[in-house]
Write a protein of this length. Structure first.
Length: 162
């Protein structure tokens, strides 16, 4: 079983603002879709609610929603009360928000992180990764890619040391 966390963050670690993303990075959205399609995604209820209705559930993926609300139910989503419950589903991609990342981080063995060069204002931050995490790949290897929106970004894959 593998647990991966995937997110995009601004230079200051911001991953969200007012229930959404503080940027538009179409290349990252395409990368997210490519990485997670065909798998199981785990998200917090607020992340589920932040998705545009036309993308709920995320197509081509099993959608697990982490919530403490026992009666919560939405078409196309499966409610789980804890990350431990979600681990029974097999390989996972945790897609947000901050509480879901924090709860899943002890179980994670990989992180796929899109870093934006710019700083953004926001109210949700990426989890802190300790010294057990090591970058195994960065694209581009040196420098930054430039989005068609003008934002500069790079995508890193990290793994936890044994």
């Amino acid at each position: 079983m593998s647990v991966g966390l995937i997110w995009a963050q601004g230079a200051g670690g911001v991953i969200g603002a007012d229930g959404g993303l503080p940027w538009h990075l179409p290349e990252d959205l395409a990368h997210f879709r490519q990485v997670t399609t065909g798998g199981t995604v785990l998200m917090g209820r607020l992340t589920w609610e932040s998705l545009p209705a036309r993308f709920r559930p995320l197509p081509g993926r099993r959608n697990l929603v982490l919530t403490r609300q026992p009666g919560w139910s939405e078409a196309g989503a499966e409610r789980v009360a804890t990350v431990a419950d979600a681990l029974d589903a097999g390989d996972l991609w945790v897609i947000g928000g901050a509480q879901a990342y924090a709860a899943a981080l002890p179980h994670a063995d990989r992180v796929v992180r899109t870093e934006l060069e710019q700083t953004f204002d926001g109210d949700v931050y990426a989890p802190e990764l300790d010294g057990t995490w090591h970058t195994v790949q960065t694209v581009p290897e040196h420098g930054w890619s430039t989005s068609r929106t003008g934002l500069r970004y790079r995508i890193s894959t990290l793994q936890r040391s044994a």
